[in-house]
Design a protein around this ligand. Structure first.
Ligand SMILES: Cc1ncc(COP(=O)(O)O)c(C=O)c1O
Length: 332
């Protein structure tokens, strides 16, 4: 099961799902009902599990569109009611909290809840799952708690479907936790280095120069004249700013690639624009490609560098990319 919540971690929900279906991935997880609806509207036929909450109206969408839902409270009754009305079965994955403490029926109270869900004829238990704290020692405790819950239900003759627990960190380091299915997000996109895996980031961020100007000494750029030229300075303006997801904090140390070379960002990253000192660039043209992270010629500027400049993480930079930015999917 590939986690494609948060717009596929910024990569573009539908494009990523379509690509992964072509690679024979048959299970997806999302964080919001609307993401599941968009996927079904675009023809994604695989299992989609919604981790997030749902309203009464959304319960009908979930059942109609055959979307599986994470359940751990009485909200399961809303699904059952809708399923009864539609003469269908609502597919559910029971979420067990084994120590992360966010959502899920606590492992020590899970038995009665599982029995209750199993007794509702309009629901089908397609799976049961938990989320690790990613503290390796405690993950083992959590796995034991989870397996005890699953075994106790199995002994009562309850069929739980797929048992799943491992997100990327556990996929890399904790094979005992693989159970019936693994559930990575991060590693699929190559976002963070992981032990035993050498993922490469698949996302690049590119734009084009929209304006080039030569500053005279004393000329300034941006609000409050943030940058003032001390010498003649060639400046390229980019149509990309923090509203697009580029972290404004990166500006102090930030660089971009143009003509296969690194050039410094100057002044400020504003909502829709950034500026670059390209003094010395030859024949720079409006329309020239700019790489904010990714490769150009034989040069690479990584999303990790951008995250470091911004005091952020690769994960947050990727997830923060504005969903309206055009995604171009390149299959390598
Ligand atoms: C329930 C659940 N499972 C799996 C994942 C995937 O985690 P990761 O991106 O670390 O692989 C997430 C993401 O936050 C999640 O919320």
């Amino acid at each position: 099961m590939v986690v494609i919540k948060a717009n596929a971690y910024g990569h573009g929900l539908v494009g990523v799902a379509q690509f992964l279906e072509r690679q024979n991935v048959r299970h997806f997880a999302v964080g919001k009902v609307q993401e599941a609806v968009s996927l079904r509207e675009k023809g994604i036929t695989s299992t989609i599990l919604n981790f997030g909450p749902f309203s009464g109206e959304e319960a009908a969408q979930l059942v109609e569109l055959d979307v599986s839902q994470s359940v751990y409270t009485d909200a399961v009754d809303m699904l059952a009611e809708v399923a009864r009305r539609l003469n269908k079965r609502a597919k559910v994955h029971i979420k067990v909290d084994t120590g992360l403490g966010r959502v899920g029926v606590p492992y020590y109270e899970a038995g009665p809840f599982i029995e209750r869900v199993a007794s509702i004829s309009e629901t089908q238990i397609e799976g049961i799952f938990t989320t690790f704290t990613e503290d390796p020692e405690f993950d083992r405790v959590q796995l034991d708690r989870f397996l005890q819950v699953c075994d106790a239900a199995a002994q009562k003759g309850i069929s739980l479907g797929l048992r799943h627990a491992a997100s990327s960190a556990a996929v890399a380091t904790f094979p005992e936790s693989f159970l019936d299915m693994v559930r990575p997000g991060d590693a699929i996109y190559g976002l963070e280095p992981l032990p035993n895996l050498d993922p490469r980031p698949v996302m690049s961020l590119k734009t084009r120069v929209i304006y080039v100007k030569r500053l005279r000494p004393g000329d300034a750029v941006s609000y409050h004249r943030r940058f003032t030229a001390e010498r003649e300075t060639l400046v390229a303006t980019l149509p990309l700013g923090y509203s697009d997801g580029y972290p404004p904090q990166a500006v102090e140390k930030g660089q971009v690639l143009i003509q296969g070379r690194r050039w410094p960002l100057i002044a400020a990253v504003t909502a829709n624009h950034s500026t670059v000192d390209v003094t010395g660039a030859e024949q720079l043209q409006i329309g020239d490609e700019v790489v904010l992270f990714g490769t150009q010629a034989d040069q690479e500027l990584t999303i990790g560098e951008v995250a470091d400049w911004a005091g952020s993480s690769v994960y947050k930079v990727a997830i923060g990319m504005n969903p309206t930015l055009p995604r171009v999917n390149i299959e390598a």
